[in-house]
Design a protein around this ligand. Sequence first.
Ligand SMILES: Cc1cc2nc3c(=O)[nH]c(=O)nc-3n(C[C@H](O)[C@H](O)[C@H](O)COP(=O)(O)OP(=O)(O)OC[C@H]3O[C@@H](n4cnc5c(N)ncnc54)[C@H](O)[C@@H]3O)c2cc1C
Length: 756
Amino acid sequence: MPDYGHPLEFGTFLTPSAQDPDRVVGLAELTEAAGLDLATFQDHPYNSDFLDTWTLLSWVASRTERLRVSGNVINLPLRPPAVLARAAASLDRLSKGRFELGLGAGGFWDAIHAMGGGRRTPGESVDALSEAIDLIRATWDTDSRGGVRTRGEHYSAHGMKRGPEPAHDIGIWLGAYKPRMLRLVGAKADGWLPSLGYVQVEDLPGLNGVIDDSAHENGRDPRQIRRLLNLSGAAFTPVGRGFLQGPPEQWVEQLLPLALENGVSTFILGTDDPRTIETYGREVAPALREAVDRERAGAGTPTGPVRPAAALAARSPGIDYDAVPTALRDSAVEPGDKGYTKVRHGYMQQGRPGLVLRPTDPDQVAEALAYALEQDAPLNVRSGGHGISGRSTNDGGVVLDLGRMNGIEVLDAESGRVRLGVGARWGDVGSALHRHGLAISSGDHGGVGVGGIATTGGLGYMSRAHGLTIDRLTAAELVTADGSVLRVDAEHHPDLFWAVRGAGANFGVVTSVEAVASPVRDVVLGQFVYDASDTEGFLQAWGTVAEAAPREVTAFLAAGPGRGGQGPTAQAMVVYAGEDTDAAVRALEPFLQVGPVLDQRAQVTPYPAVLVGHGGPHGGSRTPVSRSALLEHITPDAARTMARMLNTGDTYFMQLRQVGGAVNDIAPDATAYAHRSANFSLAAMGSRAALLDRRWAELGEAARGLYLSFDTRTGPEVLSEAFPEPTLGRLRELKAKYDPDHVFDQNFPVTPAPGA
Ligand SMILES: Cc1cc2nc3c(=O)[nH]c(=O)nc-3n(C[C@H](O)[C@H](O)[C@H](O)COP(=O)(O)OP(=O)(O)OC[C@H]3O[C@@H](n4cnc5c(N)ncnc54)[C@H](O)[C@@H]3O)c2cc1C
């Protein structure tokens, strides 16, 4: 396999002379302007005539936009690997993924010793480099948990923190000539970076062979290792005089066999001459690329990224990875990919999907959906990944992750019209709208996705003043099971628009929604902590006060069982949706009478500041057992049951949220969320389903349906509680029309009406 099929790259090898720093930087800028890919600099920290390479790399990166930079090669003995790893990752982040790590074992030991570095034998140098590579990769591996612990001959770490994470997979390219170093390249490196002169062209096949054998021995594909080559002493001359001494066409002719027969794919030209750089970039690089592409096409040489054997073994058998649509390929993530850990789990559920597709527009969603339906693997849809009832991950299947469709547009600040991508998180929506004096009531958590809430309800801190989130929607765009991209609103597919607002996950992949935000900038937030030892009495009083509050007020209460012999405590977040502090104080005061207050505060605060948490990557947790009930009032029986739940420990976390007010101004048949007479949403989490279910049965008549987003029972037995008739019947008719094959069955699946 002399041609490893890597895309060709071209770079310069510039002298980092301290005499004329502007000239060095200018040559690097010219490298970019000439269309080349890479600027590299030697690293001899003991040479006082040279600029420090790291500082120069950073400077050049900041002065260029596209150019990648690397040491050629970085001197390991004078640069501790853990520090080196952080510097590399930092520069990679600052330059948006434009740093590569050319690395060398050392040499010039007297000079290194003069600077305080230790001397190493050739054998020790290789061992040290090998240990350093492990430590550097461990530092970059932010997907793994815990600190880095290694005990090596040369380098150790004792619980070192990982990170920062590089912006891209930084290539580690080793300058290597001797067999042990070459074997290390085969075992661990991403690239081999020798200089012509130190090696001869005729040596390349044998040296490549050592690397390839070592790669095989270490379970790697030799194509995982890019072959780079430093070229020196070259010049453009009108008449050909020898190797790389002639016109550009002759260079192309002479470099072509190096690419096709010796596997070289990165040609780095050692020169400080501007005209040579120009000609190399403008004439040699494009012509050689073209010639290599032509030859490869003729020979059928495989090109494209090579997956490590371990990553291939982690693939799911039911997924045809070669068939991933081209538009989605670059952003797709599968096991073994960098960043897989960040997309595999949901907030609640852990998962191990075989493929995560990350479309950026509705057409890509349609393509992703069509592809996913061809696979013999489960499909899940994810917006923010906070699903409790609906799973947004799976094991071995395909996940459609809409996180990149996260646009937040204010279409008209005056009327409050906004368009939201479903992948946006409500915390970001809150902040973006706040700048226009607008807000949409969503929920209590800033990390929850627009998609999950906009398709189910949205019980938020301003529900009583401004309704559910879905009550603010004026349109939605969705991709249906047959791949159609539909805009649904009062005029277009009104039946689907009705269904999306409450049962959206049954009918397609919603890609964006339009809504009318309310003119809200700041709110008054009261935070109270109560001794709820008299749990039953406290809950009943709470219910009475909350219901009597003006509809600007929406009150959320959270409680857990008592600890250390103490009774339960309860925390309240009471939001007054307005800036009239006198009215807010009058509205909040009664909440101080509900029970013994342990702590209290009230403040005027921007609405987005009320939302906790933000939308970082999810680590998943134990799949919860969660139950929901909607209550009209906190009756004595309901309060007793809730108190029992808490005092027995059947629930470890209970939430009582207010709905009502504006939510109940909407007719029950106006949206697929039909619960328009409830004043409270009760949700509880427990460790054992049976215990929680017993308490739920005790709620009896007090429970009038459930809010599906808070219940982990999603089967037919609870369907009519989520969608009371006639809503359920209507949904079943629509299911038969739009999704008869049950493509979208991941969150409270509705069965299609028979014969419809
Ligand atoms: C910490 C936390 C706090 C919460 N607070 C509140 C709250 O205050 N008020 C409230 O109402 N809810 C709240 N919830 C519940 C939340 O609304 C739901 O779990 C919601 O589904 C999460 O939305 P998501 O986009 O993050 O979910 P995801 O996990 O991405 O999706 C969940 C389900 O919705 C479906 N879905 C997601 N996106 C789409 C889409 N674009 N098109 C079609 N179907 C889709 C998926 O099929 C999936 O089954 C909270 C949840 C958590 C974990």
